[in-house]
Design a protein around this ligand. Sequence first.
Ligand code: PGA
Length: 249
Amino acid sequence: MARRKYVVGNWKMNGVTASIADAQAIFAAAGDHAGVDVAICPPFTLIGAMVAAVPGAEVGGQDCHSAVSGAFTGSVAAPMLADAGASLVIVGHSERREGCGESDADVRAKAEAGLGAGLSVILCVGEPCEVRESGRAIDYVLAQIAGSVPDDFDATRLAIAYEPIWAIGTGLVPTVDDVAAMHGAIRGALAARFGGAAEEDMRLLYGGSVNGDNACELLGAGDVDGALVGGASLTAAKFLPIVAAAAKL
Ligand code: PGA
């Protein structure tokens, strides 16, 4: 089975009830691009309302706790996301790895929790600026992959998002050659560990300042199956050109 293109919006800490109208507009128009899977990960508070407003839409959380329940004030468990109607969870975003001190082991435990709750998982990796400048980006990211990707999962349900930290929200993007080299290295490492399923079914997304102007080029790079999009996913006007670019590939 060929890997389907996948374009996912990460709304981060943006969106209130009125923003559901943007999601409705996005999912309605995305339906015109049958070859592309589209998902939105809004704040936890909007998951239930978004699922209710757009039945059948792929809606996800931006994080989950690794435990199923317990005394973890402020946290949300993966089965709770599923209960709210989510079908997906992002784990290991750099804003959580860096901002909340999450280790590779934490990210792996969260990925296992998401998979265990029946969710699909997008597991994020990516290097900081100084690592890129020192020429060690691929080694750094492959170490994150080794430490945070679980051992046993259905390859159709776990995607990797390569998001260089210095490209997130900055307007800076790597060269297409750098993206292709990184994605090729990730694909190779996954294939060495998991065999053919990693090549046939696991999707690799690029994330970091993707917009309607650069999507065609970035999504066209080797071994890129789609995009994880922050700022440009908040409105249909900005997000749909990215979905359209994916549909053309
Ligand atoms: P950005 O964010 O598109 O705003 O750079 C991407 C992300 O953090 O997932």
